[in-house]
Design a protein around this ligand. Structure first.
Ligand SMILES: [Mn+2]
Length: 347
């Protein structure tokens, strides 16, 4: 109880500080600041562990516990989901519930593209990370001529395909779908016709085959991946920044390095999977991994990225309160979300 109280108090002071800042910027903001739009995607059909669809509500509870008005301050849109599929038998073992994920890609990409066309900056809070494939498609639909860079802050590479997946879970595949990769050279499974067709549709969502070039992806804190994913990373020479790079060089240097690397890109999407955080503080996510980022490191890094004008969309994902204690993961996610959005509004 003592520990819980002191944790709450620390965070309350934090949110007060930012709450105060956001009050100051509200006035100026109406006139000049970025228009933020929250897009809630409580879909968890791409995950292998149940509960990530509750992540958004857990983050809202964290906001209430910190006495923050964050969720009344911004317009928000909640995307309809297909979580009822979790009660139905699996049709494609190497791409579980892929027809539902395809529907989610369509809905998420539509919401993201429409909000960007209306000059909003979309901030997505999603259940599992498969939804990010829809987000990336949405950015490209809104800005078809853009050269899109992706900053993927995640313990995992999410570069599996139905041909290589060890689990069949689509949240391990959104980046492969976005770069248009099958990885047939490293194929492990033979797929049925229907799975092949749905995976092709997923890759071609928005009628754009390759939304991102592999060389325009930067991984941060990547540390848990399979041989088949490593083969893709090596084949294209994809950029990887480790946890120790972040710790050694600091957020500011890493941010500068990443933005220099992506200097050819016209737009940048930042995708933050909370499992990038160290497993000691990320028990409330489906696949926690050791040697991850500290809360402060992730927060400093993401806020630095948010200062850059090329950054056009931000997503936070994979909070699963059913695996957690005292809502810690959602509280950390909320602090990072709030600070990031405050920085966005100042720039
Ligand atoms: Mn992920």
């Amino acid at each position: 109880m003592q520990q819980e109280r002191s944790r709450g108090l620390t965070h309350w002071t934090e949110s007060c500080r930012f709450g105060h800042e956001s009050n100051e910027f509200r006035y100026v903001g109406r006139l000049y600041m970025k228009n933020i739009k929250l897009i809630e995607v409580p879909s968890e059909i791409g995950a292998g562990t149940r509960g990530a669809s509750l992540g958004i509500d857990a983050i809202k509870i964290a906001a209430l516990d910190f006495m923050s008005n964050f969720f009344v301050h911004f317009p928000s849109e909640k995307i309809e989901v297909e979580n009822q599929l979790l009660f139905e038998p699996i049709q494609s073992p190497y791409a579980k519930r892929i027809h539902g994920v395809l529907t989610m890609y369509e809905r998420v990409s539509k919401a993201v593209s429409e909000s960007m066309k209306a000059h909003f900056f979309p901030v997505l809070i999603s259940g599992d990370h498969s939804n990010a494939g829809g987000t990336i498609a949405g950015i490209k639909i809104a800005k078809p001529k853009s050269k899109l860079g992706v900053i993927w802050i995640d313990a995992h590479a999410d570069l599996h395909t139905p041909y290589t997946t060890p689990s069949g879970n689509l949240h391990g595949m959104p980046l492969a779908a976005s770069i248009g990769e099958d990885n047939e050279e490293n194929k492990v499974h033979d797929l049925d016709e229907k799975t092949i067709r749905l995976w092709d549709q997923l890759k071609k969502i928005g009628k754009i085959n390759q939304k991102v070039l592999p060389e325009d992806v930067v991984f941060i804190s990547l540390r848990d991946f399979e041989r088949e994913e490593k083969a893709i990373i090596e084949k294209y020479g994809m950029k990887v920044i480790t946890t120790s790079d972040v710790r050694r060089n600091g957020a500011e240097n890493v941010c500068r390095k990443v933005l220099r690397y992506l200097s050819d890109c016209t737009d940048i999407y930042v995708s933050f999977d909370v499992d990038s955080l160290d497993s000691s503080i990320s028990k409330g996510t489906g696949t926690p991994v050791s040697n991850g980022l500290r809360e402060r490191e992730a927060e400093d890094l993401i806020s630095k990225f948010m200062q850059n004008r090329k950054v056009c969309c931000f997503e936070i994902t994979e909070v699963n309160p059913t695996l957690d204690k005292e809502n810690l993961m959602a509280e950390i996610a909320f602090n990072i979300l709030q600070r990031s959005v405050n920085v966005l509004m100042m720039n």
